[in-house]
Design a protein around this ligand. Structure first.
Ligand code: ZN
Ligand code: ZN
Length: 352
């Protein structure tokens, strides 16, 4: 009997470990630094809030149809109908602690629908919402947000595999959650409609990841590469477990996306000394796309520096523009991934 118990315990742990990998915690709406959020169920779904040992049901036609969440220092103040709860954290889910569709809003700014379990904390007067979602829901949502509308399905499938690989292997960039919803990690908004190209791309590649030496690769991607993809070393980033290779990208090589920018000497100095990190520093300071890529020539002109460059993004890994072009010319997603990630294989998470 004791042996059986031990066995069950081991099996239990093994299963928990496996399901843990299929869930990702995504910090959402952080770019707005919200102090106040609204939370409601989507359509008629169930939404249960648990906080401070109490449970509150948020229902469309009741006095508690939308919860109001405000930060007060490191405490969260929840108001809904006649309820008022002050707490350190809140969890919101559907029936039986399951994921559910919910709508988070920042009054006057934005409303977004998510499918998952929501955890909310407050920190320094800011509300920090984190959506725990199924890996495949996250993949489909990222493909929907990241890929161009007119992308062929095979390019979307390649993006789905790359995004899934990153979600599985790249969890170390944030303290409070696994990933943010910005290009810092991967852009994520709402889950796509059922049957949409993004949903199809995720479903058709379900569980597939890029592996190197049988380990999932935190696969990187870029909007366009400028002609040849880069290695992390070339742009001053520390080497990854997967070495990456510089590969020729036909469409960007023949017809790169070119750009020109003018910077002050002071800002330009950051670029020269810090490579890709310098570029991101400038983008943070001057806005997204201030310096579109790290592939450029610089020319001093009075107190300014003129940059002429090509490509968009860091240039490492999958080129999204190149993948679309390959897809249009008839390549399937395996060929696209093989091209941008030489010496890797595709493996299924479910088979492990
Ligand atoms: Zn991030
Ligand atoms: Zn390219």
């Amino acid at each position: 009997m004791r042996g059986l118990c031990a066995l069950l315990l081991v099996l239990g742990f093994a299963q928990a470990g496996a399901s843990q990998d299929r869930v990702v915690r995504i910090g959402v709406l952080g770019i707005f630094h919200p102090r106040h959020l609204t939370l409601a169920s989507y359509e008629d779904g169930d939404l249960v809030l648990s906080a401070d040992g109490r449970q509150v049901f948020v229902r469309p036609r009741s006095s508690c149809n939308t919860a109001d969440l405000r930060a007060s220092g490191d405490r969260l103040v929840i108001r809904c109908g006649e309820y008022e709860i002050r707490t350190a954290e809140l969890r919101a889910n559907g029936r039986n602690q399951q994921a559910t569709e919910l709508v988070l809003g920042i009054p006057g700014k934005i409303k977004r629908r998510y499918d998952g379990i929501l955890d909310v904390k407050a920190k320094n007067g800011e509300v920090i919402p984190v959506v725990e979602m199924d890996l495949e829901t996250a993949v489909a949502s990222i493909v929907e947000a990241e890929a161009g509308l007119e992308a062929p399905l095979e390019a979307l499938k390649a993006q789905a595999v790359v995004s899934r690989s990153y979600l599985v292997a790249g969890r170390s960039r944030h303290a409070e959650f696994d990933f943010c919803d910005l290009t810092h990690c991967q852009f994520l908004r709402e889950p796509p409609e059922m049957g949409s190209p993004a949903a199809q791309a995720a479903a058709a590649t379900r569980g597939l990841v890029v592996t190197y030496n049988h380990k999932p690769v935190a696969a990187m991607f870029t909007r366009s590469c400028g002609g040849d993809t880069r290695t992390p070393a070339e742009i001053g980033l520390s080497p990854a477990d997967y070495p990456y290779y510089s590969v020729r990208c036909e469409i960007c090589y023949k017809d790169p996306v070119r750009w020109t920018r003018t910077l002050s000497r002071e800002d330009a100095a950051l670029l020269v000394s810090h490579g890709e990190k310098g570029r991101l520093t400038i983008d943070r300071k001057l806005g997204w796309d201030a310096v579109p890529s790290n592939n450029f020539t610089a020319q001093e002109q009075g107190s300014e520096v003129i940059l002429q460059g090509s490509g968009q993004g860091h240039g490492v890994g999958l080129c999204q523009r190149g993948a679309r072009s390959m897809g249009r010319l008839g390549s399937d997603f395996r060929t696209i991934l093989g091209h941008y990630f030489p010496n890797t294989t595709l493996e299924s998470l479910t088979a492990k």
